[in-house]
Ligand binder design. Structure first.
Ligand SMILES: [Mg+2]
Length: 304
């Protein structure tokens, strides 16, 4: 059984993190402070994508495509997700990551889009063509739902299969699997585990335990808010470790700048699963598009 408030929190968390960070994408932390006279704590819109306040980007759009594909075909979700990726691509989204664009175009060219193999061949070919440049955060950013929907024993396998539709690199897959395990733990309705320590302290410790190999992979390297999956994951878990609320975690994450919307989305998934939907500031949720919130609520209801 899943805790519904945390499931909803995780999905809404992705969307608010994405929308909060989108105006800050590709800025440095210093530029953000100078431009906005301090840290950004509200949905301000603008930025290089010229988003409206509360407008979400590819991170949320792809998360919802994954989630709806899973909810429709839980036993073989890739074809249903792939269909949604193609429709989304054809809608000419404002932003799309390189690996996702390359893999989607490969699938379109191949004329076969209704099997898992077609997507995995596409991603492997992008990996080869780019000399292994497929460890970006584009799979991690859309990966919250497997941990919300499936039982823990199935979630990480499903997550890795879905991640590898576009991102073939082992470091992306590792980050996706560990993130999924952390999400699974956080939303599990298992009060017994939490006895004796505060629920939030337990959850924060559990994120660190699950994601310790992400930290290990980053050891000795400078952590920047770049589009590299390991860096983004470390930025997200640092934001949760260093703060005591959903709001503060997200504010820390997006004000790093760099790939701010994606780091916001990744942080928002974890922080929403940790603190629950009730902890998400209403002033942020109210800025989201109503249709997006409806889709999110429906998907949260479907989590098993
Ligand atoms: Mg984005």
């Amino acid at each position: 059984m899943k805790n519904k408030n945390r499931v909803l929190g995780a999905l809404l968390g992705v969307a608010v993190g994405d929308a909060l960070g989108a105006p800050l994408e590709f800025m440095s932390a210093e530029e953000i402070q100078a431009t906005h006279g301090g840290s950004v704590r509200d949905m301000i819109g603008d930025g290089w994508l010229d988003v409206a306040p509360g407008e979400v980007t590819d991170d949320t759009q792809m998360t919802l495509a994954v989630a709806e594909g899973i909810a429709l075909c839980p036993n073989d979700p890739v074809p249903a997700i792939g269909k949604r990726f193609l429709a989304w691509y054809d809608s000419k989204p404002k932003d799309i990551g390189n690996c996702c664009r390359e893999a989607i175009e490969h699938v379109k060219r191949s004329g076969i889009n209704d099997t898992s193999a077609a997507w995995h061949v596409a991603a492997a070919s992008v990996h080869e063509k780019t000399g292994g440049q497929t460890a970006g955060n584009g799979a991690l950013m859309r990966t919250v739902y497997p941990g919300l929907y499936y039982p823990p024993s199935e979630a990480h396998f499903a997550a890795s299969v879905i991640a590898k539709m576009t991102h073939w690199h082992d470091e992306s897959t590792m980050a996706v699997i560990l993130y999924t395990m952390a999400i699974s733990d956080l939303v599990a309705e298992n009060e017994g585990i939490r006895e004796g320590s505060g629920e939030i302290a337990w959850g924060k410790a559990q994120i660190e335990r699950r994601m310790v190999n992400v930290r290990k992979r980053a050891e000795g390297k400078k952590i920047t808010p770049s589009g590299y999956a390991i860096n983004s994951a470390v930025c997200a878990i640092n934001a949760i470790r260093d703060t005591g609320s959903f709001e503060d975690a997200l504010v820390q994450a997006v004000n790093l700048g760099g790939d701010a919307d994606t780091i916001g989305a990744i942080t928002g998934g974890l922080a929403g699963a940790l603190y629950g939907a009730d902890a998400i500031p209403q002033r942020w949720v109210k800025k989201l598009d109503k249709g997006t919130v409806k889709r999110i609520e429906k998907l949260a209801e479907k989590a098993r």
